[in-house]
Write a protein that binds this ligand. Sequence first.
Ligand SMILES: [Zn+2]
Length: 170
Amino acid sequence: MVWSLILSFCVISCGTVDEKETKWKYDVETEDLERYVEEFERLSVGRNEKHVTALVVKFADLEDPVTGLCELYTKQSPVISIDRSYWAGADDAERENLMFHELGHCVLRRGHLETRKDLKPVSIMFPSLIPFHYKGDRVGYVNELFSIEGDWFRLRDEDVTFICGENHGI
Ligand SMILES: [Zn+2]
């Protein structure tokens, strides 16, 4: 946040800024959102060690049942949009489920995974939120989240948006 303010100031007052700095920026809208990015980084230690440096996270008014979006770009920072009204009504685990799912797309570059085992989704990357299951097996889902990387992005070279939502039947 501080860095982006400095950068904005510089764009206005200095005239020229290295193009790379404006494209690959880190800007998380609120501390409320940032604590989940920090928790994601903390949990990555001893797994696949993620230090997030290029990411934009912001609130948006998304159409029900969409709760989050991840826009992945090949030439600029990925952008996560979090639905304002879902966030307002969500508890800590529900917020973490949503943020870790979007970070799975935007940082780990994972796609959706629809696989279930005994009806239970095997991954937090299931296309819809799975708060009931996530609350019952947080460690298992965190282990699975960090166990796979780049299953989607590695194979492609184009911008894409992941649309993720609620499914009350899950
Ligand atoms: Zn998704």
